[in-house]
Design a binder for this molecule. Structure first.
Ligand code: NDP
Length: 329
């Protein structure tokens, strides 16, 4: 038996989340690698799954936890053997396949990547899907021709997981990063991560004109809705916006004006089904370019039982930075 968070669907459609014990027989038969999870995380999506606020979970009962890091215990997959260190992000784990907010998981070898040597299991989970997505956004902007001397970069949802790591990455690469946040009291935190200035997210969250004063060479947007539309409307000629999140909303209530009059690019970023080469490239750059000290500064460590209350907090926008879960405490 081992400890796990288990989600069940109540008759009224709400989600029942408990810390309990399960055994190997309850893990999914389709996994070909059994792993010992050392650390997991709470991402925004885990918050949605545990609270039941959105229909993230599509198979019941479910162990949540879209991220995991630890060691392989047993494998029938040719690429993996007992003792190998792995990182897992996404692929529907914690949504349709039992996840990593547990001491053990049974996963598909094709989903796992080797944990870079420079990154411990705890550090990998402090980065988590949020940090790996921030890196996908940063790489996408670079590949689209947004360079450090192109101009200012806006990061929205700045005090959250994606936002915090995006600031750390881009400022580390020499970009001038402006952080948009609802927590203006966190200005010192955001500047310590590398933001040169902080703006109040209220400047971006209400409906605005289709084209506004050109300011941003690039944008990392974790917020969606009017914020994304305004960010597009303020992006300079030829600039690019990497869109990965929906903290304000799933809607996109805007116009095509920035695309057809300023040649602005909207870059969609998905971490869940991203191909393996993209993941490996992103993790290699996280290992090389993101100082451990910066990630430590934004990380709070919690135990498995705390995951239940912290899930509520992340949905209410109360979390700053990243939550790493030690599943053994
Ligand atoms: P967090 O909860 O850590 O951060 C989200 C941040 O958004 C909050 O800290 C807050 O920052 C801001 N925010 C919250 N509510 C609102 C609101 N109503 N209006 C405007 N801003 C708001 O989540 P993550 O950083 O982990 O994830 C951010 C988003 O990215 C989520 O929507 C998540 O689902 C998505 N995501 C998508 C991925 C993908 O593959 N595309 C992968 C990972 C995440 P502040 O207080 O500083 O304004």
């Amino acid at each position: 038996m081992f400890n796990a968070i288990l989600l069940n669907k109540n008759e009224d459609g709400t989600t029942d989340a408990t810390l309990t014990q399960i055994d190997d027989a309850q893990l999914p038969a389709e996994g070909d690698v059994t792993v010992r999870v050392d650390y997991s995380t709470i991402n925004y999506k885990d918050g949605l799954a545990i609270t039941g606020k959105s229909p993230v979970v599509r198979k019941w009962p479910m162990v949540p936890g879209i991220d995991g890091a630890g060691e392989v215990l047993a494998s029938s997959h040719p690429d993996w053997k007992a003792g190998d260190a792995f990182v897992l992000n996404g692929w529907g784990v914690g949504e349709v396949h039992m996840g990593c907010l547990a001491q053990r998981a049974k996963l598909k070898g094709d989903w796992l990547i080797r944990r870079p040597e420079a990154i411990s299991a705890r550090h990998a989970m402090a980065i988590g899907t949020a940090g790996y997505t921030a890196m996908l956004c940063a790489i996408a902007l670079q590949e689209r021709g947004v360079h450090k001397d192109s101009g200012e970069i806006l990061v929205t949802g700045a005090s959250g997981g994606v936002g915090s790591v995006a600031i750390a990455i881009l400022s580390g690469w020499g970009y001038r990063v402006i952080a948009s946040t609802g927590k203006t009291a966190e200005a010192d935190y955001l500047k310590a991560l590398g933001a040169v200035d902080v703006i109040d997210r209220a400047e971006l969250s209400a409906p605005g004109k289709p084209l506004q004063k050109e300011r941003w060479a690039g944008v990392v947007d974790a917020v969606g809705s009017h914020t994304l539309v305004n960010a597009l409307a303020q992006t300079r000629y030829g600039g690019a916006v990497a869109a990965c999140g929906l903290a304000q909303g799933l809607d996109l209530p805007g116009s095509v004006a920035p695309f057809i009059l300023r040649g602005v690019s909207l870059l969609g970023i998905d971490s869940v089904m991203a191909p393996k080469e993209k993941r490996i490239a992103a993790w290699d750059r996280l290992a090389a370019d993101l100082p451990v000290a910066k990630i430590e500064r934004i990380t709070e460590e919690i135990g498995l039982a705390d995951a239940l209350s912290k899930a509520q907090d992340i949905i209410q926008g109360k979390i700053r930075g990243r939550l790493v879960v030690d599943v053994n405490r």
